[in-house]
Design a protein around this ligand. Sequence first.
Ligand SMILES: *[C@@H]1O[C@H](CO)[C@@H](O)[C@H](O)[C@H]1NC(C)=O
Ligand SMILES: *[C@@H]1O[C@H](CO)[C@@H](O)[C@H](O)[C@H]1NC(C)=O
Ligand SMILES: *[C@@H]1O[C@H](CO)[C@@H](O)[C@H](O)[C@H]1NC(C)=O
Ligand SMILES: *[C@@H]1O[C@H](CO)[C@@H](O)[C@H](O)[C@H]1NC(C)=O
Ligand SMILES: *[C@@H]1O[C@H](CO)[C@@H](O)[C@H](O)[C@H]1NC(C)=O
Ligand SMILES: CC(=O)N[C@H]1CO[C@H](CO)[C@@H](O)[C@@H]1O
Length: 778
Amino acid sequence: METIPCLILFSSLQILAFSSASPEHTLGTGSFLSVEEYEKPFLISPSNTFSFGFYETGDNAFSLSIWFTNTVEKTVVWAANSESPVNGHGSKLSFTQEGSLVLSDEKGFVVWDSKTMLGQDSRVALLDTGNLVITDSKGSVVWQSFDSPTDTLLPLQLLTKDKRLVSGYYSLYYGTDNVLRLIYNGPEISSPYWPNPSESIFDSGRTNYNSSRIGVLDNTGHFTSSDGLNIIASDSGLGINRRLTIDQDGNLRLYSLNKVEKSWIVTWEAMPQHCDVHGLCGRNSICEYSPGPRCSCLPGYEMADLENWSKGCQPMFTNNYGQAIGQVIFVEMRHVEFYGYDTGFNISVSLEDCEEFCSQQRSCVAYSYHAGSGYCYTKGMLYNGRKTQSITGSTYFKLPKTCNISEVKQHGLTCRHSHSTYEMHRQHGKWLYFYTCAAIFGGLELFFTTTACLFLRSKQNIPKSVMDGYELMTEHFRKFSYRELKEATGNFKEELGRGGSGVVYRGVLDRKKVVTVKRLTNATEAEEEFQSEISVIGRINHVNLVRTWGYCSEGKHKLLVYDYVENESLDKHLFESIDAKKLLRWNQRFTIALGTARGLAYLHHECLEWVVHCDVKPENILLTQDFEVKIADFGLAKLSKRDCSCLQLSHMRGTVGYMAPEWALNLPINAKVDVFSYGIVLLEIVMGARISSQTTTEGEKLDLTQIVEALKQVVACGDVTHIVDAKLHGQFNHLQAMEMVKISLSCIGERTKRPTMDEITKALMACGDEDKYADCTE
Ligand SMILES: *[C@@H]1O[C@H](CO)[C@@H](O)[C@H](O)[C@H]1NC(C)=O
Ligand SMILES: *[C@@H]1O[C@H](CO)[C@@H](O)[C@H](O)[C@H]1NC(C)=O
Ligand SMILES: *[C@@H]1O[C@H](CO)[C@@H](O)[C@H](O)[C@H]1NC(C)=O
Ligand SMILES: *[C@@H]1O[C@H](CO)[C@@H](O)[C@H](O)[C@H]1NC(C)=O
Ligand SMILES: *[C@@H]1O[C@H](CO)[C@@H](O)[C@H](O)[C@H]1NC(C)=O
Ligand SMILES: CC(=O)N[C@H]1CO[C@H](CO)[C@@H](O)[C@@H]1O
């Protein structure tokens, strides 16, 4: 008797499910779709251009996606859960009674959720733009798929500050310098490749002064960006379905839909020369055209993983040739070049000298040489290798003398002195197409020439300044006239110090307030750029950062006015303190370490605009009378053109300074460089000595890897005694010192594993309190 109502209920549910699954443009709460009915979209757009529902990504694997309805192969433009597809049985999409769009898997667990909770009257709709929207009872859009793009940007969808297009290891987004870039973010390296990183931003037709960071593709096939980038589809005009997609191969392409063939045509692409995309072939390998791009290993190297080029190649010899000079040979490959990771650079040297530099350097694995100019680059690591006839130089690889050259020759190798080029035979199985989609390739050559023209056209002049300065930004931040500051400093009489960004003078404002006035050297002349950076600095206010009172900008005269900090910078106390009075006691050191971490954490995480200091070192850590930390010189990186583009040549590498290795390489500069520098400073606080002055017992300079090894041993043995500053005579807190060493180790290690300043602050605070030492030891 009791089963009957149950059956009725069951069958009515079936009816409900069926009706909700028939495609609509807009649905109310309570609608749902089971994965088993994936062939029916959940929603279609009014003109049927787009569909939304379950998309089969693999065998029995589904993702919640939006795709073009009328293409031969479904072209997905958005996916909710591409990282974690759901099972083809039992998974379900529902627009809940609460007003959230929820995807649950076969066990009923929520895999993805729009988290809207707008109540019964909300609706979900798929618009003709391809935008999936959830509206509240008043009809206003509260959530939209356009806000969280995956690998595709559709016309009228805004690409803004915090959004990125991502495909595998490749992504497109606005950097902190306001420039829209393509970046390879792999497991081993991270490397921007578009716009061309060996050109200046301006030479690439971009600008970095406009901080709106916004880009949009319009309905005519025009993509415009606040950094000056202008892309025009080769078939520009109305009435065509388009998409801008970052493809699996790291290239950014603009596509148009051919409505007859229902297929896509490339109408623009960022990288006409495919091998210029970074990270394609992994370490120790090169990309070349034959005629499509292919990867191959270097002489003496073999593929690390036969299935996967992203793992690159590994040496077939043991890598200890650095030990004995004269025990190496060099093998030449013509027309080959590697981007980044230079350990040194020299102009106008002979081939012999260049080879000598590389032989002498333990870290050098190869060198590139251009016979005409005498350009010599020594290489520490071999990434982003490519071979094309347009490269005039050669790269010479270091191999141990003990390597059996005749064996290497069998692979088509010869030594440099025989003047033949390297050729690797295909039958050795070292070749592999990494790019199989021939259909797209066919289209590429057609567009090559149009693209080149578009690039030339897109260069544009920087508009003249329209804003004449922010007169009064905040209550305490103001513009000074040059005369005022000249008076305040007594015509720049008392010099307090000088550094990379400028000279610092003592000054007195209104006859009583002591300030420091910094005269910026090589500050940007561009008024707008200066104003926009200065307004960021003016808004920064934190107890561990030096307060900025104002600035002056009159033509060449660019000055900043800061608080005066009484006691000198940290380096004076740490490294030059012969007299016991100046010696920092342990608890003072710990407080300084924590204060510095807090100041940087504020810059990195809490500011209105995200600021990377770029020059963290003891000289920039000032101390008040009470030995409270005031970090100086932040926000200047951009003002003084001290940004990465000026520092790509790696003069600073080799000696251990405060600069993270990526400065010398061609990685994007982000907060991780500050974390690295902080790690060095932290170690110096513990040791009371410059890391760069550390030597072995034989007086040989230690390099970073050796220091890291030594620290690892200290941590493994659990005894910091012999590295803590001897001047403290054992008066220190063992647990705190150990924690500091551990933090330092993680900071100077591999860049993707470095902690954030926030995490460091928390870790230090956990050992700051005497009662909580237990937290320190983990
Ligand atoms: C910055 O870019 C935006 C968007 O492209 C534009 O509207 C704005 O005028 C630009 N600002 C300046 C100062 O050029
Ligand atoms: C190749 O290796 C990388 C890690 O180095 C891995 O993430 C990726 O999934 C691998 N690809 C294939 C096809 O195995
Ligand atoms: C360049 O080479 C010369 C000698 O040929 C050497 O004195 C100089 O230090 C080198 N410069 C760099 C930056 O390595
Ligand atoms: C080098 O390799 C060749 C060919 O494999 C072999 O005949 C020769 O004996 C090897 N020489 C040495 C010193 O191992
Ligand atoms: C400033 O620019 C001049 C000339 O362009 C250059 O010689 C000097 O090294 C630069 N100074 C700094 C600190 O970058
Ligand atoms: C080491 C040092 O410079 N200490 C000074 C810190 O500031 C106070 C007050 O200005 C001085 O008395 C100390 O000599």
